[in-house]
Ligand binder design. Structure first.
Ligand code: UD1
Length: 340
């Protein structure tokens, strides 16, 4: 019998890698994605990797009627909910669109879980819920959350709050917030990867697009922070590891008899600075990456990385790949795009 899993936003960056991982582990993913922030190239990539077209419904998850029809059609083993806007700067300019899309979408999915007796749910949360860690830079799931800096951050923070309140009203459902650190890299086949629309906001796509010649140089947002080399430190997690974390989360939830709500950090446990990323990229590719030091970016967290032990203890999951794997794969993907 097919174990159907609804993957909202399954044509996106993390979603598409998770679709592959789910299929490899015997699940049948059903993608709901209206391609507003995804690209058909990823679909072609998925087709090549899987050897067939994935089940795909081009619906807006804020369209409750369309989403209900999907829950009527399939008996889902679980739902992995990615579909959301994710650009911090844009969220400041378009707060209502962010709250509308990210929160209404989540509420629709949760209410359908309940009405259709779907028991397992995984939410794309973010380390943004920790804000700038006070004191210790390694954060665990018990590190107190802080109010976010942007509407985007609030949608993740409020998403977790909505899920906590939902848990009290529907204690039979098993719920997991995966708090991603910084997803990077691409599938090792280079057939799927991150597809930023317009000028990238995140570091890695800006690095690879600079290396391919789309931008004259990378600007490093500040080198006067109180860190080992003055640039900000993050925990960069390979998207393949991240995808596997979702399968591990779903496997874990499926095995539980009782409802629950857990949050799990998905990171490597190691922090890497922006300057270290530049050096590693040059080492891995043999290229010189033009870069200049610019001013600090407003709202940037100085240093944060995961305590990743809960993921290992609870889910039996841990990151296998390192930053050099991620940079190599991201670069291969950028070259694949350039050759299309
Ligand atoms: C940002 C968000 C985070 C969100 C994530 C979604 C902030 C403060 N945080 O994470 O909430 O979950 O995006 O994708 O905006 N950098 C440069 N030059 C560049 C681009 C980035 O130096 O051209 C630096 C940044 O200053 C930062 C690091 O690279 O130190 C990573 O930046 P980015 O990829 O934007 O991720 P976050 O800021 O960690």
């Amino acid at each position: 019998m097919n174990k159907y899993v609804l993957v909202t936003g399954g044509a996106g960056y993390i979603g598409s890698h998770t679709v592959v991982a789910l299929l490899q582990q015997g699940y049948t993913p059903v993608i709901a994605d209206d391609f507003r922030n995804a690209n058909k190239i990823v679909l072609a990539g998925l087709r090549s990797i899987l050897g067939h077209d994935p089940l795909l419904y081009p619906i807006d998850i804020c369209d409750k009627q369309a989403l209900t029809a999907l829950f009527d059609k399939y008996t889902f083993e679980g739902v992995i909910h990615f579909a959301a806007y994710k650009a911090v700067g844009e969220s400041v300019d378009k707060p209502l669109e962010y709250y509308q899309n990210n929160l209404v979408g989540l509420i629709n999915v949760l209410s359908l879980l309940q009405s259709h007796q779907v028991k397992n749910f995984v939410f794309s949360s973010s380390c943004t819920v920790y804000g700038e860690p006070k004191g210790e830079k390694e954060v665990s799931e018990t590190t107190p959350k802080q109010l976010p800096e942007s509407p985007y951050g609030y949608t993740k923070w409020m998403g977790e709050q909505i899920i906590a309140d939902f848990h009290r009203s529907a204690p039979e459902i098993k719920l997991m917030n995966l708090r991603y650190f910084n997803p990077v890299g691409a599938h090792p086949s280079a057939l799927i990867g991150e597809f930023p629309i317009g000028k990238p906001n995140n570091l890695l796509p800006f690095v690879t697009q600079t290396a391919i010649g789309k931008y004259p140089h990378l600007t490093i947002f500040g080198n006067d922070y109180p860190t080992r080399d003055g640039s900000c430190i993050r925990d960069y997690i390979h998207v393949q590891d991240l995808a596997e974390a979702h399968v591990a989360a779903l496997d874990f939830l499926s095995k539980q008899q009782e409802g629950l709500l857990e949050a799990v950090n998905i990171g490597t446990g190691t922090g890497t600075s922006v300057l270290e990323i530049v050096a590693a990229f040059e080492r891995v590719t043999g290229l010189t990456l033009p870069h200049v030091i610019g001013p600090r970016r407003q709202g940037d967290v100085i240093e944060i990385y995961a305590n990743a032990t809960k993921g290992e203890q609870l889910l039996g999951w841990k990151a296998r790949l390192g930053i050099e794997d991620a940079l190599r794969d991201a670069w291969a993907w950028e070259q694949h795009l350039a050759a299309l």
